[in-house]
Design a protein around this ligand. Structure first.
Ligand code: GLA
Length: 380
């Protein structure tokens, strides 16, 4: 769990915003809710590598340097992450790490970096994905510092099959998320939330998940909309607000999948609704459940879907999902979901309303369009 600069600020990131984000993670209670890694995404580096191949920080945007910034972040009880790419350039056109993996891994370690997001842009110099990603994985394993390795090749080469062997602790399964339900042809790239839901329904992907490596369906867009940096600064068609109901669906699925939770909102402007979603303790407990299973789709009937995953306490987490445009009633029962415990009565806890009740069999709810009911179920 953490926060990454991209969705909030895109290419307009600088050290003041990162220091503010570190302060805000503490002040808002996000750090204490579990959001621990603060990751600076693309454009932190100068336009060229130094003559010896090392990175230099962007002189105007990061004048104090990265070691200084890492220290500021560490002083607030957080971990510090950074970004590069397994090619000649980052996606925003800055220099990246291919051919300099060892040098850069050493530099990250010297700076006090705890997390590397490693992207797939630039020229690959004819090397395949496994080769390029394993080179950085090996370089990170050799430095004298624990650095979480986040592979970001967008699911292009089925990384769930090989990213663990390349040293990755998490790997993107899918393209870039947008703060909306569905992408249109006017979006230069990206996927809406429901499109990621459909890609993550693939059992081949699901079975690769956890607890020693994680499918990453991309960062959170909770709290974002047309005003967020990515929407403003990239060639995207994000003109409408991202409705709260869709944001809750987004967050619920990420938790059901045991996905990395990387917030991406401007923490200086976080409103109560956004904070309530991002810091919901029951949702986070489902996300962080020790079994680390990615919840799967149990049944589809028209626009109604039932999803679930087993939990370490032999209970289950359940999503009743309405992908349609009108309110519907969705029902499941205890035999249908991934529930190991057997009992006469089960307790159903509603993650979003905080209500709970008991049932011997049926679990159902009226669900609004694009909405979910999100439950934790266990013996009463
Ligand atoms: C790619 C990644 C994004 C972000 C941008 C930065 O698109 O998938 O998450 O890091 O690059 O340029």
């Amino acid at each position: 769990m953490g926060w990454n600069s991209w969705n909030a600020y895109s290419i307009a990131v600088d050290e003041t915003k990162i220091k503010d984000a570190a302060d805000m993670l503490v002040e808002t209670g996000m750090r204490d809710a579990g959001y621990e890694f603060l990751v600076v995404d693309d454009t932190w580096m100068a336009e060229d590598l130094a003559d010896d191949g090392r990175f230099e920080p962007h002189p105007e945007d990061f004048p104090s340097g990265i070691a200084d910034l890492a220290e500021y972040v560490h002083d607030r009880g957080l971990k510090f992450g950074i970004y590069s790419s397994a090619g000649t350039e980052t996606c925003a056109g800055y220099p990246a790490s291919i051919g300099n993996e060892r040098l850069h891994a050493e530099q990250f370690a010297e700076w006090g970096v705890d997390y590397l997001k490693y992207d797939n842009c630039g020229d690959h110099r004819g090397r395949d994905a496994l080769d390029r990603y394993a080179a950085m994985g090996e370089a990170l394993a050799e430095v004298d510092r624990e650095i979480v390795y986040a592979i970001c090749e967008w699911g292009d080469n089925e990384p769930w099959e090989w990213a663990r062997n390349a040293g990755g602790q998490l790997w993107r399964t899918t393209g870039d998320i947008l703060p909306k339900w569905r992408a249109t042809e006017d979006d230069a790239y990206g996927l809406g939330v429901v499109e990621i839901v459909d890609e993550m329904a693939d059992p081949q992907i699901a079975r690769a998940n956890g607890p020693d490596g994680w499918n990453d369906p991309d960062m959170l867009h909770v709290g974002n909309g047309p005003g967020s940096g990515q929407a403003q600064l990239d060639d995207l068609d994000v003109s409408e607000e991202f409705p709260e109901v869709e944001q809750r669906t987004h967050f619920s699925f990420w938790c059901l999948w045991s996905a990395p939770l990387m917030a991406g909102n401007d923490l200086r402007e976080m409103d109560a609704t956004t904070k309530a979603i991002l810091t919901n303790e029951d949702a986070i407990a489902i996300d962080q459940d020790p079994l680390g299973v990615q919840g799967t789709r149990d049944r589809v009937y028209g626009d109604r879907e039932v999803w679930s995953k087993p939990l370490a306490d032999r209970g289950a987490a359940v999503i009743l999902f309405n992908r349609g445009e009108r309110e519907v009633e969705i029902e499941t029962h205890v035999e249908e979901i991934d529930l190991a415990a057997e009992a006469d009565e089960y307790r159903v806890e509603d993650v979003w309303s905080d209500e709970s009740w008991t049932t011997s069999d049926e679990i159902g709810s009226v669900v609004e369009p694009h909405g979910v009911a999100f439950y934790r179920v266990g013996p009463a």
